[in-house]
Design a protein around this ligand. Sequence first.
Ligand SMILES: [Zn+2]
Length: 89
Amino acid sequence: MTKQQTTSKYQYVHPDPAGNPEEKLLICPTCGEQLLPADIEAFSTCPYCNTKLEFSNDLEDFILSPLISHWIQAVRNRQTAGRETGYRR
Ligand SMILES: [Zn+2]
């Protein structure tokens, strides 16, 4: 029996795949609104229709994804800043 496993129960969109491929929005399964990770990180609830989103691995990844890209960015910035503070006249 071939049972296809649906690992992702939510749909996502990439608003700017060329400029920012890391950024994604979650489509609310009830009202179809596009939700930011910040919209759901506190309550896991759609702010538009109050649907309780079931917490799952991919939902957790979605909430954490901007943090992870922020960390990567912060590390890069620190490396650049370190080089710049060494530059003095
Ligand atoms: Zn909704």
